[in-house]
Design a protein around this ligand. Structure first.
Ligand code: HEM
Length: 157
């Protein structure tokens, strides 16, 4: 019995990494990322691989926290975790070789009162971060098109 418990604990995915706040338990799965990955290596190359994705997410997260419109929604949320799982999500979708360990989009954004104007603002910040990394415009738009269907799960009705 003790052995089984130990095995179950060892097999369970980590829910909070060092420096992060604990979150309510959930089942980790790539399906939680909310989009299927691109085929082939082209999109990962367009985003300059995992290093480029890391730079984009760091810039994007910083812009969202500092934003006069949507900054208050991010204030007080776990920035360390957000940056980590966003890197995983983008890397997974861009087929740059990651698994996604975060929550699904509906759960992650529940009860935040996010409006369409907030979503538009966030997309502008993401566009600026991709532009700063030098991602080609067509690749930026292909990625945004992958994220667009997540909108109903994020914006409050
Ligand atoms: C397509 C658009 C979006 C994507 C792909 C996205 C992605 C994510 C991901 C992956 C997480 C982390 C999930 C986890 O901790 O397990 C997250 C959390 C969060 N998102 Fe978004 N998001 C989007 C839109 C937005 C918008 C529009 C806002 C607000 C303006 C927002 C605010 C937040 C906040 C505050 C958290 C932290 C939640 C917490 O720690 O409990 N997101 N998002």
């Amino acid at each position: 019995m003790t052995m089984l418990l130990l095995l179950a604990i060892l097999a369970a995915p980590p829910r909070a990494m060092p420096g992060e706040e604990p979150v309510a338990p959930y089942g980790a799965s790539d399906a939680n990322a909310g989009a299927r990955p691109f085929e082939g290596a082209g999109m990962a190359a367009a985003f300059h691989g995992r290093d480029g994705i890391g730079r984009i997410v760091d810039r994007f997260v910083a812009a969202n926290y500092a934003d006069p419109v949507i900054g208050p929604i991010f204030a007080g949320q776990d920035r360390v975790r957000l940056a980590r799982v966003l890197k995983e999500q983008f890397c997974y979708i861009l087929a740059a070789g990651c698994a996604y360990s975060g929550r699904d989009m509906a759960t992650a954004h529940r009860d935040m009162g996010i409006q369409h104007k907030d979503m538009n603002r966030l997309v502008e910040n993401l566009q600026a971060a991709m532009r700063a990394e030098g991602v080609a415009f067509a690749a930026q738009n292909r990625f945004l098109a992958k994220l667009a269907p997540m909108r109903p799960n994020i914006v409050s009705r």
